[in-house]
Design a protein around this ligand. Structure first.
Ligand code: HOZ
Length: 429
């Protein structure tokens, strides 16, 4: 196995970055702490290829952590942003694209009757939690171990993603009194959930989850689990929030809720609907959404919310996905990848999960159905796999506890390269 050697320009930038940015990065998981080594710097991306500052190319399976569903820099998005920018980049006054985006989201997402835009998924989740508390008059929230909902105070409790990668699932700086209002339960454990409801059901403002948890790798809800959760929330008057920042507009036009046929009360969204520009959104039942200011008592605001550039990019991306029936294409690609991957790891202590265009390879025997299972994965073996792939021009997320993403720009040829890397790593297990 040839190790990945960082190019000189990246190395120089990394030295400068670590001097002026905490840890050298603006989001922790990018620092390669989960796999070792130094990250490379990118200044170009097109389709499924990213190019680093030293001119090396990689097949990208991160897709800017989800937004790049058509691959990087699709022409329709570039054109929409360029054209829109000519007329101004921000107004702070209602603009027509906000109406078009709200109508589009309400049409596409089964449970959403009204929606408000934010600038990131974190902001969307923070607002949805406040709204759930304000609308119910209750304070307790329930989340799942290993689920990650952005860096919201109340939700950095047993959190996934970078927090899990760095061994900081419970962040410093969060008042104990606030964290005490967050109850965590293991995913796919219905009895644990029922026990929480029996004990404190009348105090619970909301239950928030990624319907397909994708921040501790990727595992799926077991049959009947989401249905039972929906029922419990309704029975106890707690709101059900689906965090579809990653799965929304990706797994299906209407996200995971369309696939599983469950209607949450509120949904948080982001990534794909921004076409690679900073965006988030939260929406749901009209009676709950109308508790927001200026109609109701729950305050929520944002200077750049509904930004025309971000919405033009997102709308262009959604229209193109619809035009090419991108979801069908992605399902076919995902199936191809899954079939060949499963055939090549057969009999080995590895577990491959895939739903639509999201996937994960765990370095342990299955089943992997919750955080405790995901943590059984051999993260040293993952790091070897990551670096082998990188040296061969394939970029996966630099942590075992993240999902992989396919775009409509990927092809079977790209999977063949991945399989060759996997085969080489398998020999070292
Ligand atoms: N929260 C992202 C992973 N689930 C990482 C974002 C980033 O580093 O860009």
């Amino acid at each position: 196995m040839s190790p990945f050697i960082l190019g000189p320009i990246s190395h120089d930038l990394w030295n400068r970055a670590t001097a002026s940015i905490p840890g050298g990065v603006n989001s922790p998981v990018r620092a390669f702490k989960g796999v070792g080594g130094e990250p490379f710097f990118v200044n170009k991306a097109k389709g499924c290829t990213i190019t680093d500052v030293d001119g090396r190319e990689y097949i990208d399976f991160v897709g800017t952590w989800g937004p790049a569903i058509l691959g990087h820099a699709p022409q329709v998005v570039i054109d929409a942003v360029t054209e829109t920018a000519k007329h101004g980049t921000s107004f702070g006054i209602p603009n027509p694209l906000e109406v078009e985006m709200a109508e589009t989201i309400c049409r596409m997402v089964p449970s959403v009757e009204k929606v408000r835009m934010t600038n990131s998924g974190t902001e969307a989740v923070m607002s949805a939690i406040r709204l759930a508390r304000g609308a119910t008059g209750r304070e307790r929230i329930v989340k799942f171990e290993g689920c990650y909902h952005g860096h919201v105070d109340s939700l950095l409790v047993k959190a996934g993603s970078g927090a899990l990668t760095l061994g900081q699932p419970d962040s410093a700086g969060i008042p104990a009194s606030l964290a005490a209002l967050t109850t965590t339960v293991p995913f796919n454990d219905l009895e644990a959930l029922k026990a929480v409801f029996r004990e404190s059901g009348q105090e619970i403002a909301c239950v928030i989850l990624e319907p397909v948890p994708a921040n501790a790798g990727l595992y799926l809800p077991e049959p009947g689990y989401l249905e039972a959760l929906r029922k419990l929330c309704t029975e106890y008057g707690a709101l059900l929030i689906f965090d579809e920042v990653m799965t929304g507009f990706r797994l299906a036009p209407g996200g995971a809720q369309e696939i599983f046929g469950i209607k949450p009360d509120l949904t948080t969204m982001g990534k794909v609907i921004g076409g690679g520009l900073p965006v988030g959104a939260f929406g749901g039942r009209a009676d709950i959404m109308d508790c927001l200011a200026p109609l109701g008592p729950v305050y929520q605001a944002g200077t750049l919310s509904g930004n025309p550039l971000a919405l033009a990019a997102g709308l262009a991306q959604l229209k193109e996905m619809k035009r090419i029936n991108g979801w069908k294409l992605l399902e076919a690609l995902g199936t191809q990848m899954e079939d060949s991957m499963k055939a090549s790891i057969k009999g080995k202590p590895l577990t491959f999960h895939r739903i639509g265009s999201m996937f994960c390879l765990y370095f342990c025997e299955g089943p992997v159905r919750n955080l405790a299972d995901a943590k059984r994965s051999d993260t040293d073996a993952f790091a070897r796999y990551f670096h082998t792939a990188l040296a061969e021009g394939i970029y996966f997320a630099p942590s075992q506890f993240e999902a992989g993403f396919l775009s409509t720009a990927h092809s079977n040829k790209d999977f063949e390269k991945v399989l060759a890397s996997v085969a080489r790593v398998l020999k070292t297990l």
